[in-house]
Unconditional design. Structure first.
Length: 105
């Protein structure tokens, strides 16, 4: 029983250790999903998800679309799913968008 609890604790701690990171990249595509969310695919980084429940949903969707159309770089915060400060994660591919910091010309 103690071994099972230890394994569960390790698994939960791995999920809790996800870092919020600031990334910057160009936007390659934006895809609407059937649940109302949008998957935003940066050129180099992992796919980020913008949910319709996000406080700035329409504003951020417009900023991302405009940045994609005008080939501008977006600086944003997201989760990376791991315990490091890097933007790219090789094990998962969909992370929530938290904030758009700025759009760079």
């Amino acid at each position: 029983m103690k071994k099972v609890l230890a394994v569960v604790a390790l698994l939960v701690s791995g999920l809790v250790n996800a870092q919020t990171v600031t990334c910057s990249d160009y936007i390659a595509s934006i895809d609407a999903q059937s649940d109302g969310s949008y998957w935003i695919q940066p050129v180099k980084e992992e796919t980020i998800e913008l949910k319709p429940t996000h406080q700035h949903f329409y504003n951020y969707l417009g900023l991302m679309y405009n940045a994609m159309q005008s080939n501008k770089k977006v600086v944003y915060t997201s989760e990376n799913g791991e315990n490091s400060s890097k933007c790219h994660d090789a094990t998962r591919g969909l992370f929530p968008l938290y904030e758009i910091v700025r759009v760079i010309d």
